[in-house]
Design a binder for this molecule. Sequence first.
Ligand SMILES: [Fe+2]
Ligand SMILES: [Fe+2]
Length: 134
Amino acid sequence: MSLFAWRPEYTVNVASLDCNHQKLFSILNSVYENVMNSPEIGCVLPRIDELSEYTNYHFSAEEEYLKKQGYSGINEHIAMHREFTHTIESLRSSYNKNDLEVSRDLIIVLGDWLLRHVIKEDRKYAEQGGALTA
Ligand SMILES: [Fe+2]
Ligand SMILES: [Fe+2]
């Protein structure tokens, strides 16, 4: 069973951003499963890199969309994104130090953050959005 899963009710009414969110949840699950089941550093670091790269990709796409939309809360939204990016960096460094307990805790923090962010913060722009497409 997946620990973090996207659900249709999390939609932000932009198909490409919904796809990004689904993929982010799926990468986060794979990081979690790797840390739990095969804690060898060589297995997990590439997954963390993938999470970091895909997160950057998604945040850029979403921030671009918010700019186009003229979203009033854009600065606060970007600041929240930076928080998530920093937590991924903390995960990378705890994993590099072989601190599995902290790494596992950080993955839970990331999963909770992503879920809350998508259903609360991302939905705010979904509610403001008109006919714009990303
Ligand atoms: Fe998002
Ligand atoms: Fe966001």
